[in-house]
Design a protein around this ligand. Sequence first.
Ligand SMILES: Cc1cc2nc3c(=O)[nH]c(=O)nc-3n(C[C@H](O)[C@H](O)[C@H](O)COP(=O)(O)OP(=O)(O)OC[C@H]3O[C@@H](n4cnc5c(N)ncnc54)[C@H](O)[C@@H]3O)c2cc1C
Length: 387
Amino acid sequence: MYFADEPDHIIQLRDTLRRFIEREAPREKRQTWRDAQTFPRDVFARLAELGVCGLTVPEKYGGLGQDWVAATAVIEELCRAGLFLAGPYIQCAFYGGGNISESGSEEQKAALLPDAAAGKLMFAYGLSEPDVGGDLASIKTRAHLDGDTVVVNGVKRWCTGADWADYIICLVNSDPDGQRYRNLSLVLVPGDAAGITRHELTHQNLIYTNSFDVYFDEVRVPADNILGGRDAWNDGWRRLAGRSLDVEKVEVAAMTFGLAQAAVEEAWEYAQQRRQFGKPISGHQAVRHELVDARTKLEACRHMLYHAAWLVDQDRPATVETSMAKLFVADTAVEIGLTCQRVMGAYGLSEEFDMAQTVRDLIGMPIVGGSSHMQKNNIANRLGLAE
Ligand SMILES: Cc1cc2nc3c(=O)[nH]c(=O)nc-3n(C[C@H](O)[C@H](O)[C@H](O)COP(=O)(O)OP(=O)(O)OC[C@H]3O[C@@H](n4cnc5c(N)ncnc54)[C@H](O)[C@@H]3O)c2cc1C
């Protein structure tokens, strides 16, 4: 297991990605991307050429074979450049490659996975709505079948990358009279389908791209676009809340851990450069201890994250452990980020450094991907705690 050396292929992967980030995503470039709230398409294309998008896709469909620990390490390493490469990587390899491998029909796998593995197909999540966040089973976006066509009406909120994603994975209520959880479907809606309009939202985290309200007005897509095929109509919840959800929790925890690590590295370096009262601020015990606390918490996050990723990789039951990892890493990473920001004094608030954006991103992590409260509910329910 994971308390000793990493497998050679992951050590090599990290080494390759570190050199890639150093070369392709230096701080000056990150500042430009942040100002423009965008990610560099050309750099992402070169990243995809390394093959990393194939780590969530079986070899049969053009991937490298699923390796969830390696894919977790990719997210962690990319977060050294903030979310500007990690965000699109997740939208390709996890939202796309991972979900379709797990829940797609044979036809969807054959048609979509080779491009996802090559980094050429992007996906957005259309789950949240104006009145629905954590309580996803209560969504109001409706879909009905009209012969061989699915017709979608409604509005999705916070749909990140809805302007460039090839497909929006849209959670719809497909049977308003049906039993809760058995009345939902997931539909792959092309981002440019007729009847879609978008309204850009403002936000301070995940700014590698924009998030949108997406309006669906009589949007028609082939019934073959139901995720899992036609037999999966009204069976979307199982696909959303099954193994894909465990993977999703690991992916968000990996992002969070990578950002927390970036914060520690930046503050650690800064504290040794910045001199006050005749010595580096890292020589003042208060600062020294804060940095060591941050690093210790980071190490605890690493163990939680990679244990959860390993369980998923081994296809073992991991619902509780992935929720614990998401909960612990997200909440602890906020503490780490705020500590590191404080160590950098005024410069932790300046846009000249990465820290201010890293902390804005970290603060969002206990909210997105299933809030910390929701993770606690899941853990208590799964462990059978009496109500
Ligand atoms: C920048 C950004 C990008 C996003 N991108 C996407 C995206 O691409 N696709 C997408 O679908 N969504 C996206 N989201 C939405 C995100 O997933 C939701 O914000 C998240 O699910 C929480 O929903 P909410 O904010 O509506 O909070 P709510 O569900 O309204 O919860 C508010 C508070 O109440 C608590 N709470 C709610 N229910 C319970 C309960 N039963 N027990 C205890 N506490 C509870 C929550 O923990 C939280 O503290 C994005 C959000 C942001 C900010």
